[in-house]
Design a protein around this ligand. Structure first.
Ligand code: TMP
Length: 206
């Protein structure tokens, strides 16, 4: 099997950090080569753009924001993701282009067709082999975000924004069920862990 490109995504407060550890342990236990990375970020240019993008003081229009996400992604693909995959190393990215469709498309209102055009331009044929989509009801997401002492630029958005973000994630997953494992993350940690592990087992044929 070729090296796999796996992404983890979902609305803020869906439990990505906790479940990244689950994924990390899964790869470690099986001794599979893997590189963990994140978006926006993953390279010096990407991390610099992340600072700008998440800073509540940043004032950027919706297209500027979208282009910055793709600029970070372009560098990330060219210098990290593509070389790892072609060297036989699996890649797990904490967020990827689904987040642009959901946040800039759903949340901000950038036409999804424009995002799809940038996706084709920047990524060529590269798409995740599997996207683990963590899903929680809006109230859970909002409650978890409210616990953060310092909210980033996206976490400061109102509930209606996150409703639109979540809707886009779920509709994308429904439209391509072979690529997505939608995980109900509003359960006991242990149950969520089992669901993620079984999605990985199924994808890798274990
Ligand atoms: P996180 O590391 O906590 O997930 O924060 C990243 C934030 O950036 C999160 O609120 C989602 C947002 N984001 C976008 O709006 N578009 C994107 O394309 C990506 C990758 C992230």
């Amino acid at each position: 099997m070729q090296a796999q490109f796996i992404t983890l995504d979902g609305i803020d407060g869906a439990g990505k950090s906790t479940n990244l550890t689950v994924i990390r342990n899964w790869f470690e236990t099986r001794n599979l080569p893997v590189l963990f990375t994140r978006e926006p970020g993953g390279t010096p240019v990407g991390e610099a753009l992340r600072e700008i993008l998440l800073n509540p003081a940043t004032q950027a229009g919706l297209r500027t924001e979208t282009l910055m996400m793709f600029a970070a992604r372009c560098q990330h693909i060219e210098s990290v993701i593509a070389p790892a995959l072609s060297g036989g190393v699996n890649v797990v990215s904490d967020r990827f282009t689904d987040a642009t469709f959901a946040y800039q498309g759903g949340g901000r209102g950038v036409p999804l067709a424009d995002i799809a055009a940038l996706e084709n331009w920047v990524q060529g044929g590269l798409r995740p082999d599997l996207t683990i989509l963590l899903d929680v009801p809006l109230e859970v997401s909002m409650e978890r975000i409210s616990r953060n002492r310092e909210k980033d630029r996206f976490e400061q958005e109102e509930a209606a924004f996150f409703t639109r973000v979540r809707d886009v994630y779920l509709s994308r997953a429904a439209a391509a069920p072979e690529r997505y494992a939608v995980i109900d993350s509003n359960r006991e940690r242990e149950a969520v862990r089992q669901s993620i592990e079984s999605a990985l087992n199924q994808h890798f044929g274990f």
